[in-house]
Design a protein around this ligand. Sequence first.
Ligand code: ZN
Length: 150
Amino acid sequence: MRCPFCHSEDGSKVIDTSHDARGGIRRRRECKDCGQRYSSYERPILATPLIIKEDGTREEFDREKLLRGLRISCAKRPVSAADLDRLAGEIEAHLQRLGKAEVSSRVIGDMVINGLKDLDAIAYMRFAIVYLKLDDLQSVRSLLDRLIEN
Ligand SMILES: [Zn+2]
């Protein structure tokens, strides 16, 4: 690594290494030429898989689109923007950890449904009715019953 002070490419001595929660590695370095100290940070760059939609077409994962969907489900509910942002972030991170080139949109739907269940029961019901394609009151009622039992 080129020294940011003297621009020497002779290298640096690593004097300390630490790992952070996001999988990154921070190294404290000392230039072998000028002796200045600096830090470097290394982190894995993860690719998000393509999303296979129900009609078989593929699209890029779009975090903003996911957030818009979450906001609609949570409209006028006591769920903070920070909570929705965190849920979208968790879903994105989960997709990246799968390490796959493509995943079904169902994978996202299932994660949304589980996430909303913890955040807000009404938002969960709104999303579930659409996502699970519940088209009669009986199936909505049985979902509601299961929700109340838990
Ligand atoms: Zn230097």
